[in-house]
Design a protein around this ligand. Structure first.
Ligand SMILES: Cc1cc2nc3c(=O)[nH]c(=O)nc-3n(C[C@H](O)[C@H](O)[C@H](O)COP(=O)(O)O)c2cc1C
Length: 164
C-alpha cells in the first residue's frame, strides 16, 4: 500500500511538472556593441527577470568577451515575440541564430533569466565552452542544444557566480 501511494505521488509530481504546451527554444549568438560592464549586464538581467517571468519564459545569457550566447525557452509565440525585441536591441548584433526548435521539455527549468560573464572558471570548462561556441558559430545546419550542453552552461554559470 505504502509503495502504491509513493508511486502515485511520484506520478502526480510528474504530471504537475509537465508543461501545458510544447516548449520552443531559441539559441542565438551575438556580439556586444561595446565591451559590456557589470552595470550593463545588471541592467539587462534585472529587467529581463520580471519580463521573462511574466511571459513564462526561461533563459540563460552567457557573455565571454565579445561572444554572447543566449538560450530562451517557453511558449513559441512568447519566445518569438521576445526574440524580435532582442534582435532589434542596439546593444548587440546577432551573429547567428543557432536554432529555433520545439522540444518536449525545458532545459532551463527555473531560470527566468540568468546572466553570467565567463570569469574565474576552470580552464578545462572554459576550453570546452569555447569549443562548443565555435561549433555553434560555424555549423551550417541548425544545432539543437542538448542536456549535455545545458549542463556545461549551467556549471559555467555556477562558477561565474562565485566572487572573483
Ligand atoms: C543580449 C541581450 C539579451 C536580452 N535578453 C532579454 C530577455 O531575456 N528578456 C527581456 O525581456 N529582455 C531582454 N533584453 C532586452 C530587450 O532587448 C528589450 O530591451 C526588452 O525586451 C524591453 O523591450 P520593450 O521596452 O520594448 O518591452 C536583452 C537585451 C540584450 C542586449
Amino acid at each position: 500500500m505504502a509503495d502504491n501511494l509513493s508511486g502515485y505521488s511520484l506520478l502526480w509530481e510528474c504530471i504537475q511538472e509537465k508543461e501545458e504546451y510544447p516548449i520552443f527554444r531559441i539559441t542565438y549568438l551575438s556580439r556586444p556593441a561595446w565591451p559590456f560592464t557589470d552595470t550593463d549586464l545588471d541592467d539587462i538581467e534585472s529587467k529581463s527577470v520580471a519580463a521573462n517571468n511574466s511571459r513564462d519564459v526561461t533563459g540563460l545569457l552567457i557573455v565571454n568577451g565579445d561572444r554572447i550566447l543566449q538560450i530562451l525557452e517557453g511558449r513559441e509565440s512568447a519566445v518569438r515575440e521576445l526574440y524580435t525585441k532582442i534582435e532589434a536591441d542596439a546593444r548587440h548584433t546577432i551573429t547567428k541564430l543557432v536554432s529555433a526548435m520545439e522540444d518536449e521539455e525545458r532545459l532551463l527549468l527555473t531560470w527566468s533569466m540568468v546572466v553570467r560573464r565567463v570569469s574565474g572558471i576552470p580552464r578545462d570548462a572554459l576550453k570546452e565552452y569555447e569549443k562548443l561556441y565555435d561549433e555553434l558559430l560555424n555549423s551550417e545546419e541548425p544545432r539543437e542544444i542538448t542536456i549535455d550542453h545545458a549542463d556545461l552552461l549551467r556549471s559555467i554559470s555556477l562558477f561565474s557566480a562565485l566572487p572573483s
